[in-house]
Design a protein around this ligand. Structure first.
Ligand code: CMC
Length: 393
């Protein structure tokens, strides 16, 4: 391979030093800025974790109040966004609509595009944290043909998002505190995961000194893939598929093990976690709790548990160190709350926004940052001479 290291998928190549998130894949450890994910999920709120990831320290009361109000008063979108959203076909996937919307932020908010101006970056940070949930709700509503509602900034960011998604103008929608609490925890669990595919996309685009909005929209694109954030929807489709076809769970697992048509047990396996995914443990608890408290009985939960039980005892999964990841049970919670499957990855994107911002910010301030530009191992033709059309066969 000449003078370059050949490392498909960057399995062994660190592209950056980072002080944001620590993962020990063998021990199943995940920490944001040194704080264990279990403690943050238990005690913190989504915006407090966003502050922690972006600023490096937990906020004081005054710092948090200021941060929260700076975000919560920016949930409104420019009125012209309505035309943008109206222009998409009704069956457009909400993740794509949201990506287009975030990309368009750089055309509406041109006063916060300079990556090297601290004040502008702070402003675009507030805007992203505030407006991405609004866009997520709008992406859902346009697909339903429902009128868009204006945010009500007396509500918290999450209450507002739930109201914008599920409320109707004629009703006073009040979010169920059980749902708000579950959403806080789920967003925290998704908030960062070091150099995953979408964070790397954000850093790569940002390394060319593209603005923060544009860089984040690249991250949303990466996250939409089924091998990454799209897995939470793929899990639900898998569970629905097994039930619809009447396939026995054991039979399905045989297909997975025989790699029939490349079928995988979605929500299982991880590039880094080879023991267990600590997020999955917390998610399973939330799923049990929320379904019970909301009084939802979903047979897919039992099916998922059956699949997990089979997998954990099976040599195929044991040898390959495949365990449930964060996506295995999240969909069941989202369903219980009332989200359709195509919104699952959008929810992941809302949660991951602080992580993307923190990663981008670290990259911009790092004096060792260089434009991301991998090398290659060329395997094509050596020099050839151009042939006129008449000489080609
Ligand atoms: N079901 C069945 N077999 C699997 C699975 C699975 N879910 N995951 C990996 N394998 C097998 C794979 O076929 C390979 O087998 P062999 O050694 O015989 O070729 C071996 O395990 C190693 O897999 P890999 O694809 O080389 O591992 P990777 O690190 O490149 O992939 C992964 C990691 C997450 C893409 C993969 O495990 C996967 O496709 N899982 C299902 C999709 C999923 O749940 N993704 C969400 C990831 S967590 C949330 C996020 O960060 O976005």
């Amino acid at each position: 391979t000449g003078d370059v290291a050949y490392d498909p998928g960057f399995m062994n190549t660190a592209n950056t030093k980072s002080a944001i998130t620590y993962i020990d894949g063998d021990e199943g450890i995940l920490r944001y800025r040194g704080y264990p994910i279990e403690q943050l999920a238990e005690h913190s709120t989504y915006l407090e974790v966003a502050y922690l990831l972006i600023n490096g320290e937990l906020p004081t009361t005054g710092q948090l109040d200021n941060f929260v109000s700076s975000v919560e008063r920016r949930t409104l979108l420019d009125e012209r966004f309505k035309q943008l959203f109206d222009g998409f076909p009704r069956n457009a996937h909400p993740m794509r609509v949201m990506q287009a919307g975030v990309s368009a932020l750089s055309t509406f908010y041109q006063d916060s595009l300079d990556p090297f101006d601290e004040d502008q970056v702070r402003l675009s940070t507030y805007r992203l944290l505030a407006k991405i949930p609004t866009m997520a709700a709008y992406a859902r509503r346009v697909s339903q043909g429902h009128a868009l509602m204006y945010p009500d900034n007396r509500l918290s960011l999450i209450e507002n998002f739930l109201r914008l998604t599920f409320g109707f103008p004629v009703e006073d929608y009040i979010a169920d505190p059980i749902v708000v609490e579950a959403m806080e925890k789920l967003l925290i669990l998704h908030a960062d995961h070091e150099q995953n595919c979408s964070a790397s996309a954000v850093r790569l685009v940002g390394s060319a000194q593209a603005d923060l909005f544009t860089s984040i929209s690249a991250g949303i694109g990466a996250l939409s893939g089924p091998a990454h954030g799209g897995a939470n929807a793929a899990v639900m489709e898998m569970l629905d598929g097994i039930r619809a076809s009447g396939t026995d769970p054991r039979q399905f697992m045989e297909k997975v093990k025989n790699k029939e048509k490349g079928v995988r047990l979605m929500g299982f396996g991880h590039r880094v976690y080879k023991n267990y995914d600590p997020r999955a443990k917390i998610v399973k608890k939330i799923a049990d709790d929320v379904l019970e408290r909301l009084g939802v009985h979903d047979e897919r939960l039992e099916l998922a548990m059956q699949l997990e039980e089979i997998a954990l005892k099976d040599d195929y999964f044991i040898e390959r160190k495949l365990y449930p990841n964060v996506d295995f049970y999240t969909g069941l919670i989202y369903k219980a709350i009332g989200f359709p499957t195509d919104m699952f990855t959008v929810l992941f994107a809302i949660g991951r926004t602080p992580g993307w911002i923190a990663q981008w910010d670290e990259m911009i301030h790092d004096p060792e940052t260089k434009i991301g530009r991998p090398r290659q191992v060329y395997i094509g033709h050596t020099e050839r001479t151009y042939q006129p059309m008449s000489a080609r066969t």
